[in-house]
Each structure stands twice: as structure tokens, then as C-alpha cells.
Design a protein around this ligand. Sequence first.
Ligand code: PGA
Length: 232
Amino acid sequence: MNKLCVANWKMNPSSQKEAEEIASATDKRGVVVCPPFVFLETVRKTIKEASMGAQNCSAEEKGSYTGEVSPFMLGSMGCEYVILGHSERRDHFGENSLQVARKASLAQKAGLVPLICVGEKEESSKEEKEKEIESFLKEQIETSLKGVDPEGVILAYEPIFAIGSGNPCPPELARKRKEFIKSVAPLSLLYGGSVNKENASSYLFESGFEGLLVGGASLHPEEFCQIAKNVQ
Ligand code: PGA
């Protein structure tokens, strides 16, 4: 797999005009732009080099599920990827790993590549916590992958303490987690959590991740383009 730099815009920006400006300024090869659903069409029309993804999808194909968006709809809009199981969805919307697995296998049927997020809450490299963190990650990974075809799936390691906190995971700890995750599921693996232009290369070259999942910095084209340079 080529290295990917995934832009997770979360629930931003506030207008279509801004969405168009950000998409146009971050349109690079190796970049996957993941806007809110309502901006997919704007992004699709704007990008030429980048790919597009969504931030969530339904576990149902179609029908009476008010407010839901099917992965088949996303495919027809030009999405190639879908972020699933982001910790914000697990925390704020009560998504569990089994639901993530159901969404991921339906997304694969719709021809999308699921990008499944996993990660522990607390920052710790203390010996006594290690076993606990590893068994948490193992369970989360195995359950989120139930029934999912390993061929077309990407994992993202996003330690929760590092997300949107400006407290990125130390690259040595990220490397250790990467090795553990790969021992559970030998799949392509991205790092996410307070990635910025200063630390991006360390996750790719010191920790050995196959790409980055970028939240806050993905809304700032100049910074994001510097981050994305590392994966090209
Ligand atoms: P952050 O978010 O880069 O703002 O920490 C990453 C993510 O939530 O995917």
C-alpha cells in the first residue's frame, strides 16, 4: 500500500465555501479528504489528485433508518474510504466494536475501504498497565474486525489521550503499540493523534506507521500540506 495522509475534518468547517477552499488547497496525491457528508459533493468536484472518504456510515444497506447514510450511497458519491469506530463516535454516540465490524463489512460490500480506529484511553508505559492496555487493544481490534475481509481494510492507531489534545503519543511508545497491533492483526496501520508538521515524520520513519490520520491540522492547508509531503 502507498502511504496515506488522511484528513479527518470532523464536524468542520461551517460553510460550503470554506470546504471548497480547504479541499482545493489540500488536493495532493496520497491525501484522503474526509469531510462531513454534506460537503462530499463539493469536495468531489474540487479535488483532482486526492481521494475522498466519509467519517462514518450505516450498518444497514437501505430503508427505514432516518438520518443514516448507507455505504452504498457513499460509494456512489465517489468515496473510496470510510473512517469507522473513531473514538469520538465510540464515546459520544456509544458505538461498540461489533457495530463497527458490521459497518466495516457492509462498507466492503459497497466497495469502500474501511479505516478502523482503535486506541486506549490513558497514556502509560508503566509495566503494570501494559497487560491491561494490550488486552484492551486486542479485544477492540479482534471484535472490530469480525467478519471483515482483511484484504481491504486499514487500521488507525489513535490513542485517545493524544486526540485533539496537543499531547502526541511519544514515537517510541507509538512504535511499541504498532508492533503489538501488528502482532494481533498484520494490516496496514496509520497513526493519529495531535499530528503536526513537526512530528509527522517521526511516526512514519521512527515508529514505522504506513500513514497518518490528521484531525485539527487538516483544516489548515499550509500545515497539512507540509504533513502530507512526508507521505508522498
Ligand atoms: P487530531 O485528531 O489530529 O486533532 O488529534 C485526530 C483524529 O481524531 O483523527
